[in-house]
Design a protein around this ligand. Structure first.
Ligand code: BES
Ligand code: MN
Length: 443
């Protein structure tokens, strides 16, 4: 174990699960760890309280006449459930071959810690950096960054920068440098169907009263037609079609349909007709059911009509769909499909718009050169299906684009049991940071 891996493992051990109030103190302790690390590196640190989890800022000594790079990451992690499906303790980093297994190893501790160590190496080697650096590491990304957009607005002046860099996306395969120039947006909601005032005997009353579980299922079924096309009126109105050059470029990547089947283990593909799997995942909007419930879930049968049933939905969005407008359209669709015999209750959740930047801009080209140097291969240009809503807020508030230099591998299992990060990518990430700051400094 190198000293760099040892300290990374210490960082991974904090169970910084932002969504779970039982872990509130662990999230804070993890933020405090970063503050200590940045202080040790000689950076100027700030811990900003929020109504939720603290925001960590660290700055190199600003010098005029050089660009300022904002490096964003998140030190919070997803819950570990289902915990029985982990082969190792989710918060005891375990090295097996090249893989480090731990919750947060890839998403996002490993990816931003590599940037931190890259800056530390440069400072040790040269006593200086080629650019001014501001680290912004938050503790609430996995719960939708509720306090970060207001924070950016309040601190617009002291976060002024020329470009933002983030490693929180994927690589298309091991060793293949990948620049992500777009992310999907997101809009979440939850709905309940209330039927009879109490659970009923399904033989005595069945056939004469609505069954909320049936109604929820019918509403869910109404979201798509048989071609996988979303049936919410107006849903596609502002969708910017994929451009010919991107469809061509993605078609030249290793077979995305086959990779999608292999990565997911699904027996077949299902999606919007007329698009490849990569186009569906990166460039087209979706409606997904994230959870559905109602009625008896126990062993054997129980002849009951549940008095209520529910579903949780999320929509992934593309430019120029407006998340708030999509939520309104979705709500109207649910109302339209709820029969008079039931009552619909809708709770809107978090949302954020899609993001795209020009990968051929001068910053985009600097990022490509840095990727080329770190991985010694031609960078591939992709969009991603996941969402990092704060990236568009950074654009809106600070007026800068974000270079998305992902280090997540297709089999890293983020958000799932047995999440892992490779030592290879950890080390490549450190090299990538050093090359990136040099390229941006030269630009
Ligand atoms: N790093 C992911 C997003 C991601 C994953 C982007 C893979 C590209 C490729 C991020 O931590 C995440 O999980 N975001 C959430 C959004 C949030 C609002 C809950 C997501 O995409 O579900
Ligand atoms: Mn995540």
């Amino acid at each position: 174990m190198t000293p760099q891996l040892t300290e990374f493992f210490d960082f991974l051990r904090y169970p910084s699960i932002s969504t779970d109030s039982k872990h509130r103190d662990d999230v804070r302790a993890c933020g405090d760890y970063l503050i200590r690390k940045f202080n040790d590196m000689g950076l100027k640190t700030e811990l900003h309280e929020t109504p939720g989890h603290p925001i960590v800022i660290a700055r190199s000594k600003p010098k005029p006449d050089r660009p300022t790079v904002l490096i964003y990451g998140h030190y919070d992690v997803q819950p570990v459930d289902p915990v029985d499906e982990w082969d190792t303790d989710p918060f005891e980093p375990t090295l097996k071959g090249d893989k480090i297994f731990c919750r947060g190893a890839t998403d996002n501790k490993g990816q931003h810690y590599a940037h931190i160590l890259g800056v530390e190496e440069t400072l040790k080697a040269h006593g200086d950096l080629p650019v001014n650096v501001i680290f912004l590491i938050e503790g609430e990304e996995e719960i939708g960054s509720p306090n970060l957009a207001p924070f950016l607005a309040q601190h617009q002046a002291d976060l002024a920068c020329d470009i933002c860099a983030v490693s929180d996306t994927g690589m298309i395969g091991p060793g293949i440098p990948t620049l992500t120039y777009g992310l999907r947006g997101i809009a979440c909601l939850e709905f309940k169907i209330h039927g009879p005032s109490l659970d009923l005997h399904s033989g005595v009353y069945g056939g004469a009263v609505p069954n909320p579980a049936t109604i929820v299922s019918r509403i869910i079924a109404s979201l798509h037609n048989d071609e996988g096309i979303i049936q919410v009126p107006g849903f596609y109105d502002s969708v910017v079609p994929l451009e010919a050059w991107e469809r061509e470029m993605w078609a030249s990547l290793p077979d995305g349909d086959a990779a999608t089947l292999a990565e997911t283990g699904a027996p077949g593909l299902w999606g919007e007709a007329g698009y490849t799997a990569l186009e569906q995942r990166w460039g087209r909007p979706t409606a997904e059911v994230n959870g559905v419930g109602g009625g008896y879930q126990g062993e054997g049968s129980k002849t009951v009509i549940p008095r209520e049933a529910m579903a949780k939905l999320s929509f992934r969005l593309v430019p120029d769909q407006d998340p708030k407008k999509i939520l309104k359209l979705a709500q109207a669709h649910l109302e339209q499909h709820c029969p008079d015999s039931c009552r619909l209750e809708v709770e809107l959740g978090h949302d954020g718009p899609a993001y795209v930047m020009d990968p051929h801009s001068s910053h985009g080209k600097a990022a490509q050169r840095a990727l080329q140097r770190a991985f010694e291969d031609e960078p591939r240009l992709i969009r991603e299906g996941g969402s990092i809503p704060i990236i568009q807020s950074i654009k809106d508030t600070l007026g800068v684009d974000t270079l998305l230099l992902g280090l997540a591998l297709p089999d890293c299992q983020i958000h799932a049991p047995n999440e892992s990060f490779t030592v290879t990518n950890f080390e490549a990430g450190i090299r990538l940071n050093r090359a990136l700051l040099e390229e941006l400094g030269n630009g």
